[in-house]
Design a binder for this molecule. Structure first.
Ligand code: ADP
Ligand code: MG
Length: 618
């Protein structure tokens, strides 16, 4: 049962587990929640509209405006008005250098691989901070409209976002005072909004076509057992509704023979025309003709003309769809459902072309600019446990484990495990008095860690000095639903612990995952041989160590020939180590064992007898 409490500040009833869903878009952002009747709904903070333009304006006096109020400054104060910050999120300067000219504000070029910064006046901001402003605005709107504190959210990102971009989104949420429970792919959210994938029994392959303000992307998803697997993504990061506006603007300029230079010098007129162009585009989704004027300039365009102007752009999006299908190894007929996302899919030509391409009717019943936020709200409802019948799962593509003696991979979470998941194992020290233990975390399918991918390394320090084998070190792996791995090492006797957090898929492409799997199959036999050799060697080294310590400690209890013979056996074992023959090593281990066994027992008894004299055993 959901907990209900009363908010003392507002007097309103407050459901403690309210989690909002946020679509943090390049052009527009939205926040949605599940309303009391159980349906998702975009939050409308009175009079402010559903969409919050993803724009931040900095005033000279230090005040910050977000959304429509900031949008007004795009033309009058371009240097201090930040738009499209999503394009910079989690990016280095090198990533974005190609399209540096796109931004009218200062993106700092430090020529490094570190994340970009934006200069506004004499202040520097990171894209995380700027996105944080937008998220904070959304949070406040939600709080104002719902009259309850909002501290938890699910935020969506494009399916192609890498881990650095996902982490940046998460960090932006944190800055805005939100606990980001999950980062969800936009196409997954859109699919949820249409109820596709909510039934764990259903198996479907879907295409999500997302044409927004400045970006286009298409994702092919396979939904199975409640798992949304991204089969392929494709798109164009500089293709969207803005291009449609520009096409209309250019058409009017040429129709009216307007002077390009004069226009460049009259930003107010240009901006006015641009807004009219967008208005015309929107009108043409339901009308066949748009007719208006601005400052005596006639502004008319027919739907036919508009479609002619944008047909090439629309064709480009279909080419991307074809590429995505090719990458997924599918034909258009194999796609079960097509979902339309993004404000620009309202344009009839877009809808018709996509339907024709995939040979089926597309899903366009839900507002395309709201559908992602609505799906995010459903995801948040699932996380809140209000839809306990549904569990969204993901699988980990590669095994996760740690390095053990001899550079071997000890798998703790095997590949294809459903996440979230946790697993652990107990380890001990290999040397007497060992106080530090190095823990190296790897990912991959090979038996040797040197062939796998290192994710992290840390040291568990301050283990109390004990004989080898006595400390008990539990190593626990916790892989959360976002694929973030927490590795914790704890020495049970002393309680000391240490932990690290890593993102195993960071910087890893699907191709690389595939290659790693292929390698492991190809090398399976060699790997087994090598593992057995290393295990034999490790056992031998351990044995040599113990035997030498044994001699040292118990000289007094041994006869001269026993000492000499034991030493000979130890030397023989040592000599066998580098021959690369595990059977030889095993035979030498056995010989040493057999030789020392009889007197080892005798010595033990004597040593214990000696020790007991001084100590009382209770
Ligand atoms: P993003 O995901 O990039 O933040 P949106 O999904 O909000 O963007 O899409 C914004 C784009 O949708 C803008 O270019 C806007 O002009 C366009 N758009 C909104 N309504 C319509 C409409 N009725 N017809 C055509 N395009 C529209
Ligand atoms: Mg969008």
């Amino acid at each position: 049962m959901a907990k209900v409490s009363i908010n003392l500040a507002t007097g309103s009833l407050q459901k403690e587990d309210l989690i909002v869903g946020i679509d943090l878009g390049t052009t527009n952002s939205l926040v949605a929640f599940i309303n009391p009747d159980g349906n998702p709904q975009v939050i409308n903070d009175t009079g402010k509209g559903l969409l919050v333009p993803s724009i931040v304006h900095f005033n000279g006096d230090g005040s910050v405006k977000v959304g429509n109020e900031a949008k007004e400054y795009l033309i009058s104060d371009p240097e201090n008005t930040i738009f499209s910050v999503k394009r910079l999120l989690g990016r280095s300067y090198q990533d974005i250098a190609r399209y540096r000219d796109f931004f009218s504000y200062k993106v700092i070029d430090d020529n490094t691989e570190s994340l970009v910064k934006i200069k506004v006046g004499d202040k520097f901001f990171t894209p995380i901070e700027l996105s944080g402003f937008i998220l904070k605005e959304l949070k406040e709107r939600a709080e104002h409209a719902l009259k309850t504190p909002v501290t938890r959210a699910v935020i969506t990102v494009p399916a192609y976002f890498n881990d650095s971009q996902r982490q940046a989104t998460r960090d932006a949420g944190k800055l805005a005072g939100l606990d980001v429970l999950r980062i969800v792919n936009e196409p997954t959210a859109a699919s949820l909004a249409y109820g596709i994938g909510l039934n764990p029994e259903e198996e479907k392959t879907i295409a999500v076509y997302d044409l927004g303000g400045g970006t286009f992307d298409v994702s092919i998803l396979k939904i199975q057992n409640g798992i949304f697997e991204v089969l392929a993504t494709n798109g164009d990061t500089f293709l969207g509704g803005d291009d449609f506006d520009r096409a209309i603007l250019n058409y009017w300029i040429s129709e009216n023979k307007l002077d390009a230079e004069a226009l460049a010098n009259d930003q107010t007129l240009t901006q006015g025309l641009r807004l009219k162009a967008e208005e015309a585009k929107k009108a043409l989704t339901t009308q066949n003709l748009y007719n208006d004027a601005l400052k005596g300039i006639p502004l008319a365009i027919s739907k036919n003309k508009f479609e002619e102007l944008i047909s090439e752009k629309v064709q480009q999006t279909l080419d991307c769809c074809a590429n995505a299908l090719r990458d997924a190894g599918l034909k258009p007929e194999q796609i079960d459902e097509v979902i339309m996302v993004g404000g620009s899919t309202r344009t009839p030509l877009v809808k018709e072309s996509v339907a024709e391409f995939f040979c089926k009717a597309v899903h366009d019943q839900i507002n395309p600019d709201e559908v992602v936020a609505l799906g995010a709200a459903i995801q948040s409802d699932i996380l809140a446990g209000n839809r306990s019948d549904i569990l969204l799962l993901d699988v980990t593509p590669l095994s996760l484990g740690i390095e053990t003696m001899g550079g071997l991979m000890d798998v703790i979470i095997p590949r294809n495990s459903k996440v979230p998941t946790k697993a652990g194992r107990q380890y001990t020290t290999s040397v007497d008095g060992q106080v530090n233990m190095k823990i190296s975390v790897f990912q991959g399918e090979r038996d040797l860690v040197s062939e796998n991918r290192k994710l992290a390394e840390f040291e568990l320090k301050g283990i109390p000095a004990m004989p080898a084998g006595l400390p008990k070190v539990d190593i626990n792996f916790l892989l959360n639903a976002d694929g973030i791995l927490t590795v914790q090492a704890i020495e049970l006797r002393s309680g000391i612990k240490q932990e690290v957090e890593v993102k195993p898929t960071y910087g890893l492409s699907d191709d690389e995952v595939e290659q790693m799997l292929l390698d492991s199959i190809q090398h399976a036999q060699d790997d087994v041989q090598q593992r057995m050799l290393i295990e034999a060697r490790t056992e031998a080294e351990q044995m040599v160590y113990t035997a030498e310590r044994f001699l040292e400690k118990n000289l007094a209890f041994l006869q001269e020939n026993e000492i000499v013979q034991t030493k000979n056996h130890i030397e023989a074992l040592k000599a066998s180590l580098n021959a690369g023959d595990k059977d030889l090593i095993h035979s030498k281990i056995d010989e040493l064992n057999e030789y020392t066994h009889p007197f080892a027992e005798r010595v033990m008894d004597m040593a214990i007898a000696q020790a007991m004299k001084g100590k009382q055993i209770e």
